[in-house]
Ligand binder design. Structure first.
Ligand code: AMP
Ligand code: MG
Length: 347
């Protein structure tokens, strides 16, 4: 299959009637797969009401079939096609955070393909805050199931190039609208529990949510080793670069010692650091990932940097760690998954 690339400038007027958007939307209406930018990462879209269309997503990504998909909508009206019994707290969250990187888990309507929800009786829904995503969904007139547009297990794509590296020839089309902004995926919050529960940390922080609806719970699996996650996707290793990655909890002197030991054994060593500390390390490859004094910039660059290490021939990567609060929670969640939870602590 030849993957058709549509270039679209997200700043043009009348995106809703832009010919490339209409063409991409017609692929979706025919049940084909179209990758498109959102404010978090690139998504791989398919008609959420069509089981055959949705099955193609799992095939193209090599995604485990028990990992449900997020349904993307462009208007509040579309919500009623896919979810029912929507609790008041969900409406409050939508008012404050939509369009934006917050996914709500709600009771599902019958019409949504069970392949989307992996057989669960709930559905994950979000309204992305990206003009191209919104225009495409609206032009298609469909709710669009869209996981990240990477091969399963690889870092999520934040540029069209990342998508093509993984999926060229496996999908019908991609809308190239430039680099995405937030860089990590949406926060997933279960609104079917008495107290809403965060199942996956992401682009909206727990602190942001609590300012609007008061105290929320966090899925035990996010803090306790061995607990089974309520979000099926959270149990999979993810985002891994090709070389083993180890997260270092400690000073830069300690991290440098680890680098020195490996290099003394003849290994080529990479360091994932930040702009503030990039000149601190001596290693074979040193890549800065945003600025420590603004963790949003770290989130923005994380997947790009993980993929950049694949272009080098390092044998092992050591990464700095980040404070476990605010956006740092999502960053540490993704980093530790990329590392298969390999970490070392300075004594
Ligand atoms: P992705 O689309 O790759 O960013 O992943 C979507 C995330 O949402 C995965 O972690 C899924 O397990 C989770 N998810 C989707 N639908 C549900 C649901 N109905 N209940 C719980 N988690 C869900
Ligand atoms: Mg994903």
């Amino acid at each position: 299959m030849k993957t058709h690339v549509f270039f679209v400038d997200k700043n043009v007027d009348d995106l809703n009637t832009y010919p490339h958007i209409l063409q991409a939307a017609s692929y979706l209406q025919r049940g084909e797969l179209v990758a498109f930018p959102t404010e978090t990462v690139y998504g791989l879209g398919a008609n959420a009401m069509s089981t055959t269309a949705v099955e193609n997503i799992f095939v193209a990504k090599g995604r485990p079939s028990d990992n449900p998909l997020i349904v993307h909508i462009a208007t509040k009206e579309q919500l009623h096609d896919i979810a029912c019994d929507i609790p008041p707290v969900a409406h409050t969250l939508m008012e404050h955070f939509w369009p934006g990187p917050l996914t709500l888990i709600l009771p599902k309507k019958e019409a949504v393909s069970p392949r989307v929800t992996a057989g669960l009786n709930t559905v994950a829904v979000r309204m992305p805050n990206h003009p191209i995503a919104l225009a495409l969904i609206q032009a298609s007139g469909l709710p669009i199931a869209a996981p990240s547009a990477n091969r399963s297990g690889r870092p999520s794509p934040t540029t069209a190039k990342h998508v093509l590296d993984d999926l060229d020839g496996r999908i019908a089309a991609i809308v190239d609208g430039g680099a995405t902004g937030v860089g990590v995926e949406s926060t997933v919050i279960d609104c079917t529990t008495a107290i809403p529960t965060i199942l996956r940390p992401g682009g909206v922080t727990k602190e942001d949510i609590e300012q609007v609806i008061g105290v929320v719970d966090i899925d035990r699996a996010l803090v306790e080793k061995g607990a089974v996650p309520k979000s099926p996707g959270m149990k999979y290793t993810h985002y891994a670069p090709k070389a083993p990655l180890i997260v270092v909890n400690g000073s830069s002197t300690f991290l440098q010692q680890l680098v020195n030991e490996k290099r003394a054994n003849g290994l080529r060593v990479g360091v994932l650091t930040t702009e503030e500390r990039r000149h601190t390390y001596e290693a074979d490859v040193v890549i800065p990932c945003g600025r420590r004094n603004d963790l949003r910039t770290v989130a923005q660059h994380l997947y790009d940097v993980l993929r950049a290490f694949d272009e080098t021939n390092v044998d092992i990567i050591y990464s700095e760690s980040f404070p476990n609060e605010g956006m740092g929670v999502a960053i540490m969640n993704r980093l530790l998954k990329a590392a298969g939870h390999e970490q070392v602590m300075e004594k």
